[in-house]
Design a protein around this ligand. Structure first.
Ligand SMILES: Cc1ncc(COP(=O)(O)O)c(C=O)c1O
Length: 471
């Protein structure tokens, strides 16, 4: 059925109203879901209807059907995983991105979208601790950013060995090795798999006492089998502790052995945008590629991340594509030359708006406020009876656990108690946390990346933990 033009008015007007209700209600609504999987399935799992419906009714149905099944991840009291919120400007720009419907594949298919990516990419290069001449790509997440960067690494390392991987693939190619910390984020492994290098190419090193990569182990591994095409994946911001590898020591070791250094900076690279936390990233600029998320600490809606590559030629060689119907632009940047996707969302718009809203100083303040809030939450919880801080935040990530106070309680009892208290906190609807295993102990992760988290949120959160412990 062809719709009248006015259909947009009703559907979008309704959506805007519902969106504002949702956002204004974040302080009042539970941060956790209030319906379980059975209820959601019962409500949603219907046969595809034969007849369509009015657009506004379709949107209303969507809103009703997801009710209670949405987490309050946009709220300032959501501390699970590493999930950012959405700045007002970025959220509005993200709406407009869909409204404008530009295909950010080529300059020709979206001139302003291409130009914005070109400009915002340079802004990000000047804001984050990456090499000043880096090329960049706007991708869906750090997972995709790793794949993008490692494709450039694969190209470069194999080209140095006389192998054209884009032409010949990996069959009979020189061996590739990826040296990582045992505690890397698993998205590195998946990027390696996607690029056909296989899990067997991954060499995990036991971390040093601080949990970061041990320079002696790196030196030993690289020396053990010299000459192999090697990627060393380092970490700016460990998922549990927010700690950083010692780039000043590790990068020169890797470079001396001819390795490509990739940095997972999904959230941690943003520390480089703050004068107070920049020291944590010292030496990271001398790596070869970096991944950072926009949808975490920059508080741009999903899906948004950035891949940076110190060798634009290798980056472009890994992705550039030609087809008779997509003549490239001579004087502007065609995104397709740098990205794994073909047709794609114009991701630059939301980042452009976010950076205009915050400015350089606003990004720094947002990072610093998150870190302060993380410290206050961990300190507030640790002061409660039956709670213990396992990791005081050096950045925005902390760890606490809850103790089984019965005499003779074992590690398993403390682990059980930790799970139980986290469930109880989440059930209050006041704050939301996730768990992890750290140094053999179950722990509650405190991850603060939402621009909205305020002192009141910190107080409400500590009060919620106090109540959960008392119940
Ligand atoms: C350290 C780290 N690396 C990589 C990722 C994967 O990022 P994304 O989910 O944006 O693909 C995450 C996500 O939580 C992360 O925290």
């Amino acid at each position: 059925m062809i719709r009248e033009r006015t259909s947009y008015d009703e559907a979008l007007g309704f959506a805007a109203e519902k969106a504002l209700d949702f956002l204004r209600g974040l302080d009042r609504r539970p941060v956790a879901a209030t319906v379980n999987e059975d209820a959601l399935r019962e409500r949603l799992d219907r046969p595809l209807p034969d007849a369509g419906m009015d657009p506004q009714r379709a949107v209303a149905r969507l809103v009703d059907d997801v009710d209670g099944g949405l987490l309050g991840s946009q709220s300032g009291r959501f501390f699970a995983w590493v999930i950012g919120g959405s700045l007002p400007s970025a959220l509005a720009a993200d709406w407009l991105t869909a409204v404008w419907g530009q295909n950010a594949a080529l300059y020709a298919t979206g001139p302003a979208a291409a130009m914005i990516e070109e400009v915002v990419g340079r802004w990000l290069v000047s804001l984050l601790p990456v090499r000043a001449s880096s090329s960049f790509a706007f991708v869906t997440g750090s997972q995709a950013a790793h794949a993008t960067c490692l494709a450039a690494a694969r190209h470069s390392l194999l080209a140095e060995r006389g192998w054209d991987v884009e032409m010949r693939g990996l069959r009979e190619a020189p061996e590739l090795r990826v040296v990582v910390n045992e505690r890397r984020h698993a998205s590195i492994d998946r990027a390696v798999r996607l690029l056909g290098m296989g899990r067997a190419s991954i060499v995990p090193l036991e971390p040093g006492s601080g949990g970061t990569m041990d320079p002696r182990s790196l030196e030993a591994e690289l020396g053990r089998r010299p000459g192999i095409a090697t990627i060393v994946a380092l970490q700016a911001g460990d998922i549990n502790t927010g700690t950083f590898d010692d780039f000043r020591t590790l990068v020169p070791i890797a470079k001396r052995h001819g390795a490509w250094v990739h940095v997972d900076g999904a959230f941690g690279l943003w520390a480089g945008a703050s004068p107070s936390y920049r020291h944590l990233t010292a030496g990271v600029q001398s790596a070869h590629s970096w991944a950072a998320d926009g949808h975490k600490w920059l508080n741009v809606p999903f899906d948004c991340a950035y891949a940076f590559v110190a060798f634009p030629q290798a980056h472009r060689a890994a992705f550039s594509i030609e087809a008779p119907y997509i003549a490239g632009h001579a004087r502007a940047r065609d995104e397709i030359d740098w990205n794994p996707e073909w047709s794609r969302r114009a991701r630059g718009f939301a980042t452009y708006a976010a950076l205009l809203e915050l400015g350089r100083s606003g990004v720094a303040r947002m990072v610093e406020r998150s870190c302060l809030n993380a410290r206050d939450i961990v300190a507030g919880i640790a002061a409660l009876p039956g709670a213990e801080a396992l990791w005081q935040p050096v950045l925005n990530q902390g760890l606490v656990r809850f103790i089984d106070v019965r005499p003779g309680a074992t590690q398993a009892d403390h682990d059980r108690r930790t799970e139980e208290v986290v469930r109880a906190i989440n059930a209050t609807g006041e704050a939301f946390f996730s768990t992890t295993t750290w140094r053999g102990m179950r722990a509650m992760r405190v991850s603060v990346v939402n621009w909205q988290t305020s002192e009141t949120d910190v107080e409400r959160t500590v009060a919620a933990v106090r109540n959960a412990l008392a119940s």
